[in-house]
Design a protein around this ligand. Structure first.
Ligand SMILES: NC(=O)CC[C@H](N)C(=O)O
Length: 199
């Protein structure tokens, strides 16, 4: 069994924990940087990215998360987590963690569409995926090494680069756990690679 940690400073934490447990994996809430040592993969949830980055600074998460990333451990940023993972933010704000070669526009779908659902076609998934968007961002620039997984109205709303996955929507708010399964596969692959190295 693998252990997935959900950054628990702010936002939609509980729903992720429940979905991971329902999928039969171990889930822990990460409130201190030391806990990153106990987990195989990290989810940075949706919420308010400006608040979350302040809290991450306050509790000293910035460098430990980067070390976790450099150690090739998988990270999944959902919604605000996608904003925090980006290399660049479209507009005047400075990017934060810089884990993926994308430029992200916060609240990209505008105020008139605070939240909505959309059926997306996702690369590698057979049936459409009903995605829940809440004040969602999107990626408007994509680097070469980034694999686009889903597009909505010509904007990139899910992507993967090496061991980092991002979605502009909230995969934890639907009964459909195919996005979590995708992340679980990434985590399992990284764990077996790490085991091979230590053999
Ligand atoms: N549901 C969400 O995570 C919203 C993200 C929020 N609009 C932000 O930019 O941080």
């Amino acid at each position: 069994m693998i252990t997935i940690g959900v950054l628990g400073l702010q936002g939609a934490v509980e729903e992720h924990l429940n979905q991971i447990k329902a999928a039969g994996e171990q889930a822990i809430i990460v409130k201190k940087p030391e806990q990153l040592r106990e987990i195989d993969g990290l989810i940075i949830p949706g919420g308010e990215s400006t608040t979350m980055r302040k809290l991450m600074d306050r509790y000293g998460f910035m460098e430990p998360v980067k070390t976790f990333f450099e150690g090739k451990k998988p990270i999944f940023g959902t919604c605000a987590g996608m904003v925090l993972a980006a290399n660049e933010l479209t507009g005047d704000e400075e990017a934060y963690l810089g884990l993926m070669d994308i430029s992200v526009k916060r609240n990209g779908f505008g105020r008139q569409r605070e939240s909505f659902e959309a059926d997306l076609s996702i690369k590698g998934m057979e049936d459409p995926y009903k995605a829940v968007f809440i004040r969602a961002p999107f990626a408007d620039e994509i680097g070469e090494g980034v694999e686009v997984l889903a597009v909505y109205e010509e904007n990139v709303v899910a992507a993967k680069q090496d061991h980092v996955l991002v979605s502009a929507f909230h995969p934890e708010l639907t009964g459909d756990d195919r996005f979590l399964q995708l992340f679980i596969e990434m985590v399992k692959t990284s764990v077996s690679k790490a085991e091979l190295k230590t053999c």
